[in-house]
Structure formats: structure tokens, C-alpha cells
Design a binder for this molecule. Structure first.
Ligand code: DGJ
Length: 529
């Protein structure tokens, strides 16, 4: 055991609750919005290496850091646990006013089993590997063997027990990710003997029951697959879901989910923090096995939900440019949007406004967050400064249809949004002749969030956007801009700055936050004929 004092568990352990259509993370009895970042894989394996990182995270205005816990480091010998690194992370986070989301690098990390302890890696008889179609052993633990699953669950249980003992009062640790980017490669399924035997068995009753009970509420793409194969209520995998790699993927998803369920359930029995799994997404035209097959992907959401009910939600790691599309795919059917990994840089700094405004995101976390020499001037630091100010208003507005988000680029320069009593036309800053950007070859990603704060009022935050306002009904009087003020929120209260009625709003024609600027503005509208 490390240096963090042991405390008994307090009331109000972090949990999830719903507000309207949104799911919120509740910490110490209050909703909490994660302005996060995930550490590069190896940083948390050396506490001395972490020392200069902590202040960087503070300078970037993070409130939460996502950090791995490595199975091989906490259980170097079977049954002998060492939580020095975990304690160091908790201490470091506390000393810098940060919360922690722990990432359990257990049986799988990006498909591979690279963080399994050496005593697991070297005992192939007890902990068998998945096999490729060509009968080659892979550096991937087969999910079909109880011995591996039980060993992982024992370690995870010990971790959760320890976190409860040292943090059950303070709640520095607020959520846990179970495993990391699970999925089978390079084939769509494991071809070990145990896997072949299971593939020859009927689809388990629990999955069939789930499909039938939720027939009308299944993800449309999954429902389609099942119905195309005849919507059977029992049968072998290929009978129920049709032949093909896609069915092998469903089979893997089920067995990965069952394994994860065993691990997560055992951990929750010790300390029931919210738990989630994350997915590596699919490149266009890739097939299962080319991308990690069977991971917690949108088209497999039902399989994961049925197989792993102890997992509270599924999360995307979004590195692709079609950020909005992946947000849509994950924020469905009650699955809240939490983005544990995303690209860094100026695009991430804008994407976060979209995720929070459009999808009531619970949190956003660029990956390798510590990789910066100038943390205070990172674009993300500017976004997080604004979002930290806006947090009380965002949390109050979640789930009530009061917010929208927008992302714009050269190919999608304008979007219309109906919100409250107005239609807002949001355009990329470079669409406006006076912005000076029109001829530019590259347009920076622009975007923001709009919050309806009263019948004729909006609070708008973001970067590179121009907003005009029209009444919702065409017969209504014209919408005029009464006034626009930039400002800040201090302790949740608006502290206004400059009034922007002249050039800054093109003499009252629009609201503008120029490209490269990050800001919050409040607009009051009126009607005239
Ligand atoms: C996604 C993984 O989940 C991370 O741990 C890391 O490997 C990144 N990819 C690297 O881009």
C-alpha cells in the first residue's frame, strides 16, 4: 500500500442520474461536467515522470485526468498487489485539484494483451491465447477461457477495493473504464478450439431474450441484420444473424461483453463507481478484423448492453474528422456521450463545444494531453476556460432541449438551428467578406454552443462563428438584435464586458466570434415590423 491514508466509504459515491433526456455524472451530490484529458499510455507508470505533468494539466484548465492502471504493475506476482502508482496518481490529482478517471489496462489494451502480467503471458496453458484463422497464436488473451477472466476480475476487484479504502470519502476517482479498445484482430473472430466450439453452439438464451424483449428498440442497423436473417428466436450464430464476418463479429462482441461483465460486476461489488468501455472506431470500408472486431461499437450496442449490464455506457474514441457523425451514433437510445479520447489541437478545442451543446456530453478528453510545451496557450485551454465558466448553466440546461451545438468548415459553412422562438443561422466566420478569410485555402474548424437562456435571449460560446436570427414562423415580425454583450461567468453569474453594438456586430446585424478567437457573448433580441 502507498501513502494515501485509508478512509472508510462516505455517502454520495459518484453515480449517474438522469435530468430530462440527459444522463449526468454526479460527484459529491452535484452534477459534474468532465473537462478532461487522457494521459499518454506510459506517463502514469512513473510517478517522477508525472511530476511536471500535473501543473500542465492545471494550466490547460482541466478538471479531470484519465490515467491508466496497469495490471502488470499492480500485480507483478500473482496475488501480491502493489498500489503505489494508484496512490501516487490519487495524491497528485488531489494536490492539483483534479479528479481522476482510471483506465483499467487489464486483459486487453487496443486488442492486445500487452499489459497482462508476465506470469499471465508466460503461462499459455492456464491463460490461452486467441488463434488466427491460420492457427497462429496471437498476443491476445482468448475471451473464451474462465481462468484468464477470473484472474483479471481478481485484480480488478483488488483495485476497486483499494480505491474504496483510500478514496471512498474524497471521491477523487469518479469513474472507471474497464479494459481499453477491446476488439479482435486480424480476423473477425478468435479461431482457437474453445472459440470454434462456442461458435458451433446456439446463440445464448440471454441474448435471444434481450433481442425479443427489445425488438422495437434495437439499434436500427442491428435490428435490420437480425430481421434480414429471419428474426429467429433461436438457432446457431449463422442461422440467427446470417453468414459472414459480421456474424463472427456479433459472436465476439457477445463473448467480450460477457467477460467484461464478469470483471466489472466483481469490481462494482467492491466499489460501485460508474463504469464504461471505449471503442476504436471504424475506418471507411474496413471489415471486422481489419478494425477491432466485436468492440463496443454503435452497431453492437445491443449486444454489449445485453452481455454487460454492469457497464453503464459505451464510449467512442474519436480521432476521425467526421466527429459529429460519431457523436450521433453513440448518443442514442439512452447511451450518454462521454468521449474518453479525441484528437488534440485546435479542432478538439472546437469539437468540445459541439459535443456539450448538441449532445449533453458528460465529458470530453483529448488523448496524450500532456504533450505540449505551452499548456496555457493551447486552444483547448481557452475552450476549457470558457466551459468551466459555463458549467453551471450547461448542467442546469442539460436534457431540457435548451442547447444546441454546431460545427462548420469549408464544406459545411452554414447551419440553421431552431431553438426557442427563433431560427438561428450559424455560419463560418470566413463566409463573411469582412472577415478576411474568404480566399483562404484552409478554413479552420469553427463551431460553438448556443444556450437558450430566456424567451428572447441566447448565450453563445465558441470560435469562428457568425450568427443571425429569424423568427420561427415566417409570418412573425422581424427579429432584431436589442444588444450583444461579451462577458464571463464568475461563480455562475454573468459579468458583462464590452457592449458590441457597432462594428463587432456589423452594426447590429449579427453576433460574431471571429476565427481564432474564443469567447462568450450574450444576445438580447426583440421583434419589429
Ligand atoms: C487509442 C488507444 O486507446 C490509446 O491508448 C492510444 O493507444 C491511442 N489510440 C494512440 O493514438
Amino acid at each position: 500500500m502507498g501513502a494515501v491514508a485509508v478512509a472508510s466509504e462516505g455517502a454520495d459515491i459518484p453515480c449517474l442520474r438522469t435530468q430530462g433526456t440527459a444522463t449526468q455524472l454526479v460527484v459529491d451530490g452535484k452534477p459534474f461536467l468532465i473537462l478532461g484529458g487522457e494521459l499518454g499510455n506510459s506517463s502514469a507508470s512513473d510517478l517522477a515522470y508525472m511530476e511536471p505533468i500535473w501543473p500542465k494539466l492545471v494550466k490547460m484548465n482541466l478538471n479531470t485526468v484519465l490515467a491508466p492502471v496497469y495490471w502488470d504493475r499492480i500485480e507483478p506476482e500473482e496475488g501480491a498487489f502493489d498500489f503505489t502508482l494508484v496512490d501516487g496518481l490519487i495524491e497528485g490529482a488531489r494536490a492539483h485539484g483534479l479528479r481522476l478517471v482510471l483506465l483499467w489496462f487489464g486483459s486487453w489494451k487496443n486488442s492486445m494483451s500487452c499489459y497482462a502480467p508476465l506470469w499471465v503471458k508466460t503461462d499459455q496453458r492456464r491463460f490461452p491465447r486467441a488463434q488466427s484463422k491460420q492457427d497462429k497464436g496471437l498476443e491476445i488473451l482468448s475471451p473464451f477461457r474462465e481462468e484468464s477472466r477470473n484472474a483479471d476480475a481478481r485484480a480488478f476487484t483488488a483495485l476497486m477495493r483499494h480505491v474504496r479504502q483510500v478514496d471512498g470519502q474524497e471521491h477523487t476517482v469518479i469513474m472507471v473504464q474497464v479494459e481499453n479498445e477491446i476488439g479482435m484482430i486480424p480476423d473477425a473472430r478468435d479461431h482457437s478450439d474453445a472459440a470454434d466450439a462456442r461458435f458451433a453452439q446456439p446463440v445464448p438464451r440471454e441474448l435471444m431474450d434481450y433481442l425479443q424483449q427489445r425488438r422495437d428498440a434495437l439499434m436500427p442497423e442491428f435490428q435490420e441484420r437480425w430481421e434480414a436473417a429471419g428474426a429467429r428466436s433461436s438457432g446457431g450464430w449463422q442461422e440467427v444473424f446470417g453468414p459472414g464476418l459480421e456474424t463472427e463479429e456479433v459472436f465476439m462482441a457477445w463473448h467480450f461483453a460477457r467477460y467484461v461483465e464478469h470483471v466489472a460486476k466483481a469490481g462494482k461489488a467492491e466499489y460501485a463507481l460508474p463504469m464504461f468501455v471505449n471503442a476504436a472506431l471504424i475506418r471507411p470500408n474496413y471489415k471486422p478484423g481489419q478494425y477491432p472486431s466485436g468492440g463496443p461499437l454503435p452497431h453492437l450496442m445491443d449486444v454489449w448492453r445485453a452481455g454487460a449490464p454492469s457497464i453503464d455506457f459505451l464510449s467512442p474514441d474519436i480521432y476521425f474528422p467526421n466527429f459529429a457523425e460519431w457523436c450521433d451514433k453513440y448518443h442514442r437510445s439512452g447511451n450518454p456521450l462521454f468521449i474518453p479520447e479525441a484528437g488534440r489541437g485546435s479542432e478538439g478545442a472546437v469539437n468540445v463545444f459541439y459535443a456539450m451543446g448538441q449532445h449533453d456530453a458528460m465529458g470530453f478528453c483529448p488523448f496524450s494531453i500532456e504533450s505540449t510545451e505551452d499548456p496555457a496557450n493551447e486552444p483547448l485551454a481557452r475552450s476549457y476556460d470558457l466551459l468551466a465558466q459555463l458549467t453551471p448553466l450547461i448542467l442546469e440546461s442539460q436534457g431540457k432541449g435548451l442547447m444546441a451545438g454546431v460545427l462548420l468548415d469549408k464544406d459545411n459553412p452554414t447551419r440553421e438551428i431552431d431553438l426557442g422562438d427563433y431560427t438561428l443561422k450559424v455560419s463560418h466566420d470566413y463566409t463573411w467578406g469582412w472577415s478576411g478569410g474568404q480566399g483562404a485555402e484552409r478554413w479552420p474548424q469553427a463551431g460553438g454552443m448556443i444556450i437558450s437562456t430566456g424567451p428572447d435571449e441566447y448565450t453563445i460560446a465558441g470560435s469562428g462563428i457568425i450568427v443571425t436570427f429569424a423568427p420561427n414562423a415566417p409570418t412573425d415580425p422581424i427579429a432584431g438584435i436589442g444588444n450583444i454583450q461579451e462577458g464571463r461567468f464568475v461563480d455562475g453569474r454573468w459579468v458583462g464586458g464590452r457592449w458590441m453594438n457597432g462594428d463587432q456586430s456589423h452594426q447590429g446585424r449579427h453576433l460574431r466570434i471571429g476565427a481564432g478567437d474564443f469567447g462568450i457573448q450574450h444576445v438580447r433580441l426583440y421583434r419589429y415590423r
